[in-house]
Design a protein around this ligand. Structure first.
Ligand SMILES: [Zn+2]
Length: 294
């Protein structure tokens, strides 16, 4: 029989696999936008220098410069929202399958039996990744549009007159927030999908199956407070838990990780009647999170 320690060790490997998938997906979703923005930033600086020669541009020259920078910005953003969304959707799908595979492996270790009928819905179907993941993925085009708009809003005659050539950096720094926000959406999209994949497997284990929270090693005080807590399938973890309420508290109740963007906590299926050697798994996970790791 596997001991709870072995099972906890196995469960605590999950965040690494989730992190690897998330990193790959983030790069896939944001790399082109980041490169295009960097190139447009360089071009905008070149134009600025060529037109102004370090002097104050005439009103007419300034208007032309602003129009050029607008065009460069638009070209850098063109098609990037849908492109990033597509990459995030593919990663979320992969995440759901990863979660399901992890859940099957843990269940097999706990019961020493293959998991009955624990296949998530067929590949490609919406719903396999869960509503939280779907919402994060679907938000991406609007997020990209919004950051494009905010960058443009900084590109006015007034700001350019006040800042001179520094307006270029200001505008592109703002535009780069699109990259950060897409990365955050990818992170939530992947981690929520992993949790949905676990839940799909747990559902196949019958009504008494629960979902048990596994904190990633080195988790923040909020996530550490959830370690070892479990809910019935379809339930929610309460909001507001934290080992350090003055530092980190998230008030909303949630069906599973992520507790915050870039949280790689995970869930495992669990039934109270599963007996493994050693300390009960919830207690062990709780104790490990409180001592800061593995
Ligand atoms: Zn976490």
């Amino acid at each position: 029989m596997a001991t709870t320690k072995q099972i906890a060790d196995q469960a605590q490997q999950h965040p690494m696999a989730i992190r690897a998938l998330e990193n790959r997906a983030t790069q896939h979703a944001t790399q082109q936008l980041a490169e295009h923005l960097a190139a447009a930033h360089r071009d905008a600086n070149t134009h600025w220098a060529r037109v102004t020669h370090g002097q104050r541009p005439t009103a007419q020259a300034l208007e032309k410069l602003l129009a050029t920078i607008k065009r460069l910005l638009a070209a850098a953003f063109r098609g990037q929202g849908p492109r990033a969304q597509k990459a995030a959707a593919a990663a979320a799908h992969e995440g759901a399958l990863l979660g399901a595979a992890q859940a099957v492996a843990i269940t097999a270790a706990m019961t020493r039996q293959p998991t009955p009928g624990a296949r998530p819905q067929p590949a490609g179907s919406r719903g396999i990744t869960g509503p939280e993941s779907q919402a994060a993925v679907d938000s991406i085009p609007a997020v990209v549009e919004e950051e494009h708009r905010r960058a443009l809003a900084l590109l006015t005659t007034a700001t350019a007159t006040a800042l001179g050539g520094a307006v270029v950096a200001t505008v592109f720094n703002r535009a780069r927030r699109a990259v950060t926000r897409v990365a955050r959406a990818v992170s939530v999209g992947v981690t929520s999908a992993v949790a949905a994949g676990v839940a799909a497997v747990a559902r196949a284990l019958g009504p008494r199956a629960r979902l048990l929270w596994v904190a990633e090693p080195g988790a923040c005080p909020a996530c550490a407070a959830y370690a070892g807590q479990s809910i019935p399938i379809g339930g929610v973890f309460p909001g507001g838990l934290s080992l350090n309420a003055r530092q980190t508290v998230f008030p909303t109740a949630i069906p599973g990780p992520p507790r915050h963007p870039h949280c790689r906590c995970s869930l495992v299926p669990w039934r109270r009647e599963w007996h493994t050697g050693g300390t009960p798994l919830p207690e062990l996970l709780r104790a490990r999170a409180r001592t800061g790791g593995a």
